[in-house]
Design a protein around this ligand. Structure first.
Ligand code: SAH
Length: 238
């Protein structure tokens, strides 16, 4: 059996601390609870860990109780992947279940940063950042990514347009915009998706006058915001 076969069934968790062979890492209370009470792991059990910087490691549980635990990193199983594209998803917050879905799938499709924005038609104007951050970690653990996507603070459309140098703006019903499959996506870029209520005419004017933005079409049908984001990400990360 190859190393990958041996390791692929081991639970995989994100840790914040630097990972070095033989240097103990504390488990959080939640992680300890999970391994102790849910997975019923014992000392010596092996797991996989990553921190977004030091690749993926096999580690042994060195101490475990209901609320605390220690890990001992043993060997690196994957080096840190530095070839990833840098893709920011600029999106207007949507309702809870759809947002959960969007966050999980965008992580799987390789998004690097989430930039939530307020637009004139944004109905959901607050975000539970802690909840989204936890979902980002869970999806990253599950899909075997080595880097953790970032969640940026909510800002307005204008600020987001100024913060990026290559933005593909998904503009519904723009007959002159090329289909996203016909562009050669930059390795560092952003995808801008509007709110459920769509962009206003004024916002579309602002987008067209932004030097960083190229309008793109996502096809002849009007997609819901989360479908639009995932469809676009799949093309940008191909
Ligand atoms: N209710 C709006 C549609 C909003 S769809 C209306 O009827 O006009 C939400 C967002 O998804 C849009 O702002 C756009 O960014 C993106 N989107 C959906 N379908 C698209 C398409 N066919 N081409 C480009 N962008 C699209």
């Amino acid at each position: 059996m190859s190393d990958i076969d041996v390791h692929k069934k081991l639970p995989r968790i994100f840790v914040d601390a630097p990972i070095e062979e033989g240097v103990e890492i504390a488990l959080s209370a939640l992680q300890s609870h999970y391994f102790h009470n849910v997975m019923r792991k014992k000392n010596g059990a092996l797991i996989r860990i990553f921190n977004g910087r030091d690749g993926e490691w096999c580690a042994a549980i060195a101490e475990l109780s209901k609320k605390s635990g220690l890990l001992l990193p043993r060997q690196q199983i994957k080096p840190q992947d530095v070839t990833q594209k840098d893709i920011t998803l600029i999106f207007a917050p949507i309702k809870k279940n759809r947002l959960d879905f969007l966050v999980e799938k965008a992580v799987e499709l390789g998004v690097s940063q989430f930039q939530p924005i307020l637009t004139q038609n944004t109905e959901v104007r607050k975000l539970n950042a802690e909840r989204i951050a936890a979902q980002i970690i869970e999806a990253t653990e599950q899909c075997e990514r080595l880097n953790l996507p970032k969640l940026l603070p909510l800002c307005d459309l204008n600020k987001a347009l100024k913060a990026h140098s290559t933005i593909y703006g998904a503009i519904e019903r723009d007959e002159n915009a090329p289909h996203i499959q016909n562009i050669a996506p930059a390795d560092k870029c952003a995808l801008l998706i509007g709110p459920e209520g769509g962009f206003t005419a004024q916002e579309i004017d602002i987008m067209h006058s932004s030097p960083a933005l190229s309008p793109v079409s996502l096809g002849p049908r009007i997609l819901r915001a989360e479908t639009a984001a995932l469809y676009g990400l799949a093309y940008l990360n191909r």
